[in-house]
Design a protein around this ligand. Sequence first.
Ligand SMILES: [Zn+2]
Length: 336
Amino acid sequence: MNARYLSMPVLMTLAASCLITASRVEAGTYVGTQAELWPNGVVPYEWAPDFIAANQQYVLDAMAVWEGVANIQFVPRNDEDDYVLIQNAGEGAGSNARVGRGEGGARTFNIRESWSGWSPSAILYGLAHEVGHVLGFHHSHQRPDRDLYIDVKYERINDCKYGNFDIDAGSLGWPRDRMDFDSIMSYGQCIFSTCNYDLDDECECDDEECPRWAGRSCAEEFCCSDDPSICAGLDILPPNESWQASMGQRSHLSDIDIQLMSFLYPPADWKFVENDAPSLPGSGSFHRPYKTLPFASFLAPEDTTLWIVPDTYQGSANVYDKPMLWKATHGVVVAE
Ligand SMILES: [Zn+2]
C-alpha cells in the first residue's frame, strides 16, 4: 500500500511495511502545553478605551486570516477572565503581543499607532504575525533546536533586542526535524541589526525618551540590506542557505503555518498519533497524542480523522475495522 494521502474508511489490513505518505511541509514553533492555548479556539478580546479607532479594522482583518485556516473564533469580551487586551503600542513603537493564553488574565496585544507608508498587504500580514503570537506561535528562530538550522550572530544584533532571539525553552518545533524558513513567524535576516540603527550608542534600552526601536527602520546611510553578509543577525546554515534573503516574509501564511495552526485548534473529530511525541500519551490531542496505531484505533471514536506523524510504527501490522480517515501529517509513515 502506498498512497500520497492514505484517506480511506477502513477495513484495513496493515501488512509488513505499509507506507502512508503526504506532501512535503516545512516547520513552525508553538507553545509547549495545551493549557497555553485558548480553550476550544475561542479568543475573547477587548479594545483599550483610547485605542485608535482607525486601526481596529486592521486588527480584525488579521484575526480573520487565522480564523480562515483553523477552528478559531475571536469574540468581543464578555466578562471572561482570560482575554486579549488590544492597546496602542505607544508613539513610534512597533506591534507586539504576548504568546498564547499563557497563564491567563489580560494578554496584552500592542498595535503600532501609525501605518503611514505601509502597503495593505504588509499591514495585514505584519499583524497576522502578531496574531500568530496571540494564538500560541513563537518565532521560528527561537525553537529549542534552532542552532541546527541558523547561526544567531548576537554581535550584529542590538542588545536591547536579544530577548527576541533567545531560545524559548518551553516551545516545541514542528515538524520535529526541520525549520520553516517560509513561516510568517520567522524574522528576516536584517531585523534589529546594529547596521540599521545602533540604539546602544544613544541611550539605555528602557529609556522612554529614546527613539523607539523599529525593526524596519534604517536610520543611517549604510543599512543592513546594503551588505547583509556583514550585518545580518541571522545566518542560515547549509543546506538551506537559499532562504537567506527571503526568510521573514510578511506576504502569506506558509503551508506549515496553516497546518500547525489547524493542529493546535482542530475540528472536533481530529486526533493525532505520534510515536516519539515530547509528552506522555494522552487523549489524542496534538499536544497529548496517542503513541501507537493500535491504541489510536481502539480509543478514537468512529469517523475520526487520524493524523499520523511520520515514523516507523512497530507492532502495528493489524486488522483495523473501525471507520476512520488516516492521514500522514507529512513525509512517510511506516506501519509494520
Ligand atoms: Zn514576533
